[in-house]
Design a protein around this ligand. Structure first.
Ligand SMILES: Cc1cc2nc3c(=O)[nH]c(=O)nc-3n(C[C@H](O)[C@H](O)[C@H](O)COP(=O)(O)OP(=O)(O)OC[C@H]3O[C@@H](n4cnc5c(N)ncnc54)[C@H](O)[C@@H]3O)c2cc1C
Length: 451
């Protein structure tokens, strides 16, 4: 049982206390950068709170879900990074805020029997930064939350991978036993053809091919497993250029992904999905990748204003509208873009640029300098289709046509984005060692997780 009188977590008085909640793509980079700047100069004490003990870079989740990446090789321990850079790490889930006292309540950590490992704690802040990411938006589609799998964290990715493996092992066994089976035997439906849905569908086809070569030799991937990508709008990758959308569609078809566009889903059932026209499609595994919303926790925070998607409304300095001591960025924030009324998209690139901006603006604030506004510079988008290559779209404004690049350059850019993240956290030497060790591991292990 958790205690009811939370003790205040020990913190140093006298220093400006920056409390960052959420150690994801944005929050962990910010904690690292701040510790290296304002922390090292003795201007501030930096504390990072996350509900998990380790960080996994979210854009790799579809590769973890398909078994191409073993999350165990890509976890970064917060405590190790905290010690190296000199910030504090507190494990627990933000539960509540008391804005008048500048106190954040972090929930208890319980063991498997529900006993406290760590009690509920109170953390004092002078500046609070919310970087708690996003959750899946099921858009109230009946059955979606109950029967479709989201892809928000490593646990979801592993749950999906186990379902995929189990379904394929069963189908392989039945084929070996000579059972009369429907074709296809396994139906996987990915709902939502944004970058996540597209990348996951491509990774799945490749994963199923690999599984059939390693241990499931009676499985014929194209006959036995159907991967459908279902999009409500008229084309896949609606946020990208028409040409990227068309080229990706063609490559997915080449990979034997069945792409259905203009097909909104109206219901998800235990073993099927229903489209708005009433068509019922068999589904052994349904994945929901059709949009994100702010985490429900944000609604419970004292006086923090949200938009319709439940994201925190911030101004161009990433401060919340109701309280200048509270900042929000990354997926959980609704940050105005250069187009009036349009917010920046939930992307790692946005979170990264905002982390860089916030680390610089805190230094300026704490040394009495003027703080500029945040400006997002779109460095382009890469969509990876695994062995079918990648496509990069760069937009340079001024009415110019988008630049579209494929081939090795696009695949290289895709790999570079993760390396840049590692570099920001660990520095050049560690990033290089990590890269080499991951490369070596990939040489000695099967290219897909088999259990
Ligand atoms: C499969 C997939 C593929 C993607 N691919 C790309 C891509 O190719 N390019 C791209 O730009 N973007 C991509 N994205 C989007 C990108 O991952 C996000 O935009 C990015 O991770 C947002 O960073 P963040 O720091 O805001 O949130 P996150 O990285 O989601 O981190 C949020 C952190 O907050 C913690 N947290 C949440 N609630 C609490 C709480 N109450 N208390 C304490 N801690 C909490 C979580 O544990 C987590 O560590 C992809 C997303 C997915 C799911």
């Amino acid at each position: 049982m958790s205690t009811t009188t939370p003790p205040t977590h020990p913190q140093r008085a006298g220093l400006h206390r920056i409390l960052i909640v959420g150690g994801g793509a944005g929050g962990l980079e910010l904690a690292t950068r701040l510790a290296n700047t304002v922390g090292r100069r003795g201007l501030s004490e930096v504390t990072l709170v996350d509900r998990y003990p380790t960080h996994f870079w979210k854009p790799l989740l579809h590769e973890a879900a398909s078994g191409h990446r073993d999350p165990a090789s890509h976890h970064i321990e917060y405590a190790a990074l905290a010690r190296r850079h000199g910030f504090h790490f507190v494990q627990g889930e933000l539960e509540a805020l008391d804005r008048s006292e500048c106190l954040a309540t972090v929930g208890p950590i319980l063991d498997l029997n529900g006993n406290d490992v760590l009690p509920r704690r109170l953390l004092r802040y002078d500046s609070l930064v919310l970087a708690v990411g996003s959750v899946t938006n099921f858009f109230n589609v009946p059955g979606a939350e109950r029967y479709a799998l989201p892809l928000e964290n490593v646990k979801h990715a592993e749950e999906f991978r186990q379902k995929l493996l189990t379904a394929c092992i069963r189908a392989n066994h039945l084929r070996e036993a000579g059972a009369a089976l429907p074709e296809p035997t396994v139906n996987i439906n990915v709902i939502g053809a944004g970058a996540t849905g597209v990348e996951l569908s491509a990774a799945l086809r490749n994963a199923i091919n690999l599984l059939s070569t390693y241990r499931l030799n009676s499985l014929e991937p194209e006959r036995d497993v159907r991967v459908r990508l279902i999009e409500g709008g008229p084309r896949i990758l609606p946020a990208l250029d028409q040409r990227v959308s068309a080229q990706t569609h063609a490559r997915l078809a080449g990979l034997h992904v069945d792409v259905l566009t203009a097909t909104p889903v109206s219901e998800v059932r235990a073993d099927s999905i229903v489209t708005v026209t009433g068509t019922e499609l068999a589904s052994d595994i349904t994945v929901w990748a059709a949009g994100v919303a702010g985490p429900p926790l944000l609604k419970a925070l004292d006086g923090v204003e949200l938009n319709r998607q439940g994201q925190v409304l911030v101004d161009k300095t990433l401060q919340t509208l109701s309280d200048p001591r509270i900042f929000a960025f990354g997926d959980c924030a609704a940050c105005p873009s250069s187009i009036v009324g349009v917010f920046l998209p939930p992307r790692a690139q946005v979170a990264h640029q905002q982390a860089v901006y916030l680390s610089q603006s805190f230094l300026r604030r704490l040394t009495g300098k003027r703080v500029d506004r945040f400006t997002f510079r779109d460095a382009g988008t890469v969509v990876s289709l695994g062995r079918a290559g990648a496509l990069y779209q760069g937009d340079f404004g001024l009415g110019l046509r988008s630049l579209i690049v494929g081939g090795r350059a696009a695949s290289g850019l895709y790999a570079f984005v993760y390396r840049r993240h590692l570099f920001a956290l660990a520095g050049l030497t560690r990033m290089a060692i990590e890269t080499v060790s991951q490369w070596l591991r990939a040489r000695i292990r099967p290219s897909i997780k088999l259990h």
